[in-house]
Design a binder for this molecule. Structure first.
Ligand code: DUC
Ligand code: ZN
Ligand code: ZN
Ligand code: ZN
Length: 488
């Protein structure tokens, strides 16, 4: 695209500073950021006076067109990304699910699904079984296919779950490749037991979901993963941190100097589990995701952890289903497809809950919604910043306008929204993706096929200095103690 755009007079916010400046964009790239830029003809001028000009959101955690629990998530790379752009998110990282355990087949299938992409995207890869072939294929994914993160499931016994022995091998493999190990941290054996308890008690509705897998099981698995990552000396990324229990394990490890990244998601920061007790099944089932949305109090504690840097970045786990799909579990909560929406709502919800409320600065907002994700996955400053040479993925947010969330007006294909009726202050009025205005005046202008696959190189900043710590450790082992025989 050769669209030329000048964004005038806004407050440009990067994670490291904010300043009143103009932003000039050409051919999809930020060319200049400074006050009073003069331009010639054929330049689209956008007045951003009194508004914030920020890097587009990067959602580190989504599931578009994923086969899961007997169905397929309802948003694909077109509807999911269109929704994202309408809500100020200009890139996301989706999880490739291997095909019958085969990583390459999974990768090809996701590249195919993403042919209709309308914005930039990257991939994590889920590891759903383990053998020599998988281990070898991880090398291929990192070195040929631009993937630098792998997710291991400590839950979903009987399908996705992998045990400690294999998790340990996975952590070691990730370390050798400079890839980030991610964990879904819940104790899968105990979850299965908890589910049986509920069914035995005759609790088959959505509330049984929360009751069967309490926070203590998330805390246990988080602690276990953290300790194994410590033993291996490799960075760990805990996805969807939903409870105080998990958050406190992350806080403790970070305080001790361990490289652990904690990702809360919009639903865990905003909602509480009272919905799961709603008398209407369809309403209650909307809120079923794993780990579960917790009792009121966990949400506030996660917000505080996010604002103080105990947790570092915000995702959504956007994994949307419609009411018909959710009805699969109307007789048995174990069959309710797990997942909630959020890709379109995250930027607004976090602005309103964190910045508008006074809990977070605007620079920190940019850090947790965009910059830190770009840094962790090693694509900064191409993404996550408005600097000369960065991709022109930019949003303009009006702090005085307001938003309202409703299934009737959202861009997801789902017929429901877990944030139905939520109102707040702060509205993304313009979204620019790859230097093109794709959302303006409430209207989307997207082009299927324009989204680009963003390769993410290994050995990002979290790996800096890891070898030194290893060298010190092994040096300490290489000094065997000379013992004398005791003359008993
Ligand atoms: N949790 C969800 O709610 N959906 C997708 C997978 C997951 O771990
Ligand atoms: Zn391939
Ligand atoms: Zn998960
Ligand atoms: Zn997920």
């Amino acid at each position: 695209s050769s669209e030329k755009i000048l964004i005038k007079g806004g407050t440009v916010v990067n994670a490291h500073r904010k300043e009143v400046a103009d932003v000039y964009i050409e051919d999809g790239i930020v060319v200049s950021v400074r006050p009073n830029i003069k331009v010639g003809d054929h330049v689209k001028i956008i007045d951003a006076t009194g508004k914030y000009v920020m890097p587009g959101g990067i959602d580190p955690h989504t599931h578009l067109e994923m086969e899961f629990m007997g169905t397929v998530t309802i948003d694909d790379f077109f509807t999911g990304q269109a929704a994202a752009l309408a809500g100020g998110t200009t890139m996301h990282i989706d999880f490739v699910i291997p095909v019958n355990g085969n990583l390459s087949a999974g990768f090809e299938s996701y590249m195919n699904k993403a042919k209709k992409a309308v914005m930039d995207y990257g991939f994590h890869m889920a590891i759903t079984k383990w053998d020599e072939g998988v281990s070898k294929d991880m090398e291929l994914m990192v070195n040929e296919h631009g993937i630098n993160s792998f997710k291991f499931f400590m839950a979903y016994k009987g399908s996705l779950m992998i045990r400690d022995e294999l998790l340990l091998q996975g952590l070691q493999k990730c370390k050798s490749l400079g890839a980030i190990a991610m964990v879904h941290a819940e104790n899968g054996d105990a979850v299965a037991e908890g589910q049986k308890r509920m069914i035995d008690l005759g609790i088959t509705g959505p509330e049984g979901h929360a009751l069967s897998r309490p926070p203590v099981l998330e805390g246990e698995a988080t602690a276990r993963a953290i300790r194994l990552a410590n033993f291996v000396n490799t960075p760990l990324y805990v996805v969807h941190v939903m409870s105080i229990d998990a958050m406190e394990e992350i806080a403790k490890a970070r305080k001790a100097g361990q490289r652990v990244i904690g990702e809360p998601v919009a639903s865990g920061l905003i909602l509480d589990d009272s919905w799961l007790w709603h008398p209407d099944y369809t309403t209650a089932a909307k809120y079923v995701m794993s780990p579960p949305i917790r009792t009121s109090g966990h949400d506030k504690a996660l917000q505080a952890a996010l604002s103080t840097g105990v947790l570092q970045l915000v995702g959504t786990d956007h994994c949307a289903f419609n009411s018909t799909q959710k009805a699969l579990g109307s007789e048995d909560f174990r069959k309710i497809p797990n997942g909630v929406n959020g890709i379109e709502e995250r930027m607004h919800l976090i602005w309103d809950k964190m910045v508008e409320s006074g809990q977070m600065t605007v620079t920190d907002y940019v850090r947790v919604t965009s910059t830190e994700c770009a840094k962790v996955f090693n694509i900064y400053p191409r993404k996550g910043a408005i600097l000369e040479g960065s991709d022109a993925d930019i949003i303009i947010l009006n702090p005085n306008a307001s938003f309202k969330i409703a299934a009737a007006s959202h861009h997801s294909r789902s017929d429901t929204n877990v944030y139905e009726g939520t109102k707040g202050k702060g509205k993304v009025e313009v979204t620019i993706s790859q230097g093109r205005v794709v959302y303006e005046d409430g209207k989307l202008k997207v082009t299927p096929g324009s989204g680009r696959y963003i390769r993410m190189p290994p050995f990002g900043y979290l790996f800096d200095g890891i070898e030194k710590a290893d060298a010190a450790y092994f040096a300490s082992l290489n000094a065997p103690i000379q013992r004398t025989k005791s003359a008993a």
